[in-house]
Design a protein around this ligand. Structure first.
Ligand code: HEM
Length: 486
C-alpha cells in the first residue's frame, strides 16, 4: 500500500492499471472544516440529479455540499458520483495518481478537449512528457508578455473601428482581439482579412459557449471544432513539410518538432493541442468582461489603475478569477482503489470537484462573496483553496499551464480599459445568471461612445461621472451582487 501525503506531494505512487490502493493521509491536511472522514458518505435523496444540474448551474454542487457536507453522493444520468468541495478534495484531484479524466465530466459539460491523445486526458509518464512541452510553450520567460503585447496592439488597433460605431459588445471585441493575438502568437500564418479573423473568433467563442450546454448547440460546436482542427491540421502538415515557416519557440514550431518518445506527434494531435491553446486564450475574454464589471462596481480601484498605478492590478485580477463563475467543476474516475481520508474509493468511482464552490467556501475565504483584492491571492502561491484553474504542481498534475498567460492578458485589459479608452455605459442588463454555463453579464457588457482616453484622469473620470452610470441594469455601488446574480 502506498502512503501518500498530499502536502509532501509524493507522486511516485503506482500508475496505469496497478491495482494497489493509494492511501492518502488526511493528517497533514490544512482545513479542519473541510472534509469529514465519517462513513458512509451522505447521499442526495433525489433518484437522479441530472435535471437539477442544468437547472441550478454553478450552484448545483455547492447547494448540496452546504446541505450534506463537503463530500456527498448523488446520481447524474443514473451514474453514481461522489462530489467534493474544498482544499482537501483539490489535493486528491491534483495530488495523486490513480485517476483519469476520461469520461469524467457530466454529459453536455465538455469544457476540455475530449481527444484521448491530448494533454487533458493523458496520464502518468505520457502526461508528464506532454505537459513539459506545454510548460515550455506557455510558461517560458517572455512568452506570456509577448502574447499580452500582441493583445494590447490588437485592442489599440480596434479603437478607430469602435469609434465608427455607436456601441460595442465588449465580450465580442475582446474575443476577437484575443483570437487574432493568439493566432499570431502560436506562429500560424497571417489571417487574410478581417472577415477571416471574425470567423475564427466566432468559431472559437462558439466552442467555449458550448461548454455547459447540452443538446443541439453541442452539434454546432462539434462542427466548429472540427472545422478549426481541420484547418490547423493542414497548417501543421504544411509546416512539417517545409512549406510554411514558423518562428522557433512558437507553439506551431514546438508541436511540429516534438517527439512523444520516439515518434513525432501526428498532425491531427498537434492540431488538437494547438486548439487547446487557442480556445482557452479566447476563453480569457470572459474573465476580462468580469474584470470590467468589477471595475464598474469598484470605481475606487478603477481610479487607482486609471491614475497609472500598476502595483495592484494583479491582486485585482486574481480576485476576479476567484469570484467569477467560470469552469464549474472538474471530474475524474479512479483507475485503481484509493484509500482517502477514511474513505475507500473503489476502482471506477466517478468523482467531481467543485471549483467555483471551493472559491466561495467560507472556510477558505472569510466573507467569500465580498470582492476584496486585498486578499492578495496569487496563482504563484500553492493555496489549495484558490483553484479556478486547478491546483498542485503544474508539471505533474492537470493544473492549467495557462494561469500566467491568463493573468497577463487580464492585467493588460484592465489597464487598457482604465487608461486607453473612455466610454459611456448605456442602459443594459448586466445580470449574471448562475444557471447559464459559461456565465456572463447578460448583455456581454455594451460600451457606447468609445473613444481614445484623453488623460484628464483617464476613463475612470467618465465612469465616475453621473452620466455613464445612469440606467445600468445592475447596482454599481455594491460589489458581489452582479457577480453573484439571479
Ligand atoms: C479562462 C481562463 C482559464 C480557465 C478558467 C482554465 C481552467 C483550466 C482548468 C480548471 C484546468 C484543469 C483541468 C483538469 O484538472 O482536468 C485547465 C487545464 C488546462 N488549461 Fe486552462 N484555463 C484557462 C486558461 C488557459 C489558457 C490561457 C491556456 C493556454 C494558453 C490554457 C491551457 C490549458 C491546458 C493545456 C490544460 C491541460 C493541462 C493538463 O491536462 O495537464 N488554459 N485549465
Amino acid at each position: 500500500m502506498i502512503h501518500f501525503s498530499p502536502r509532501s506531494a509524493d507522486l511516485s505512487g503506482p500508475q496505469g492499471d496497478d491495482p494497489r490502493p493509494v492511501k492518502l493521509s488526511a493528517s497533514s491536511m490544512s482545513s479542519p472544516s473541510a472534509m469529514t472522514s465519517a462513513l458512509p458518505i451522505p447521499r442526495d435523496p433525489a433518484p437522479d440529479a441530472t435535471l437539477a444540474l442544468f437547472r441550478e448551474g454553478y450552484d448545483f454542487l455547492s447547494k448540496r455540499a452546504d446541505r450534506f457536507g463537503n463530500v456527498f453522493r448523488t446520481r447524474i444520468l443514473m451514474r453514481d458520483v461522489i462530489c467534493m468541495r474544498g482544499p482537501r478534495a483539490a489535493e486528491l484531484f491534483y495530488g495523486t495518481e490513480g485517476l483519469t479524466r476520461v469520461k469524467a465530466l457530466p454529459p453536455g459539460m465538455q469544457w476540455f478537449s475530449a481527444d484521448p491523445r491530448t494533454v487533458h486526458l493523458l496520464e502518468g509518464a505520457a502526461h508528464r512528457q506532454r505537459k513539459a512541452l506545454f510548460i515550455r510553450m506557455l510558461m517560458s520567460p517572455g512568452r506570456a508578455e509577448a502574447l499580452s503585447a500582441l493583445f494590447r496592439a490588437e485592442l489599440t488597433r480596434s479603437i478607430p473601428r469602435w469609434q465608427e460605431r455607436d456601441r460595442i459588445v465588449l465580450l465580442d471585441e475582446v474575443n476577437l482581439a484575443l483570437a487574432r493575438a493568439g493566432w499570431e502568437w502560436c506562429g500560424l500564418p497571417p489571417l487574410q482579412d478581417d472577415a477571416e479573423a471574425a470567423a475564427l473568433a466566432t468559431d472559437l467563442a462558439g466552442v467555449i459557449e458550448s461548454g455547459g450546454i447540452p443538446g443541439l448547440r453541442k452539434w454546432q460546436a462539434r462542427l466548429r471544432r472540427q472545422r478549426l482542427e481541420n484547418r490547423l491540421c493542414t497548417i501543421v502538415e504544411d509546416h512539417c513539410a517545409g512549406h510554411l515557416p514558423a518562428a522557433p519557440g512558437t507553439p506551431l514550431a514546438e508541436l511540429c518538432h516534438h517527439r512523444d518518445g520516439q515518434a513525432r506527434m501526428s498532425p491531427a494531435i498537434a492540431a488538437a493541442e494547438l486548439l487547446n491553446i487557442l480556445r482557452p486564450t479566447v476563453a480569457v475574454g470572459r474573465y476580462i468582461v468580469f474584470a470590467a464589471l468589477a471595475l464598474l462596481q469598484e470605481p475606487a480601484w478603477a481610479q487607482l489603475f486609471g491614475g497609472g498605478n500598476d502595483d495592484l492590478t494583479e491582486d485585482f485580477a486574481e480576485e476576479v478569477r476567484r469570484i467569477t463563475p467560470y469552469f464549474p467543476m472538474v471530474g475524474a474516475v479512479t483507475t485503481q482503489p484509493i484509500d482517502w481520508d477514511g474513505l475507500s474509493l473503489p476502482k471506477g468511482q466517478w468523482l467531481l470537484l467543485d471549483l467555483c464552490g471551493t472559491a466561495l467556501d467560507p472556510d477558505c475565504f472569510p466573507d467569500p462573496t465580498r470582492f476584496r483584492p486585498e486578499r492578495m491571492l496569487s496563482w504563484k502561491q500553492a493555496d489549495p483553496g484558490f483553484i479556478p484553474q486547478g491546483a498542485g504542481d503544474v508539471a505533474r498534475t492537470h493544473r492549467c499551464p495557462g494561469e500566467q498567460i491568463t493573468l497577463e492578458l487580464m492585467k493588460t485589459a484592465i489597464t487598457f480599459l482604465c487608461r486607453d479608452i473612455a466610454w459611456t455605459l448605456p442602459d443594459q442588463n448586466l445580470k449574471v445568471d448562475r444557471r447559464r454555463m459559461p456565465a456572463q453579464p447578460a448583455s456581454g457588457l455594451i460600451l457606447a461612445d468609445v473613444r481614445p482616453a484623453h488623460r484628464e484622469g483617464g476613463t475612470i473620470g467618465h465612469l465616475a461621472g453621473s452620466g455613464p452610470r445612469q440606467g445600468v441594469g445592475v447596482a454599481l455601488t455594491n460589489r458581489p451582487e452582479a457577480l453573484q446574480t439571479e
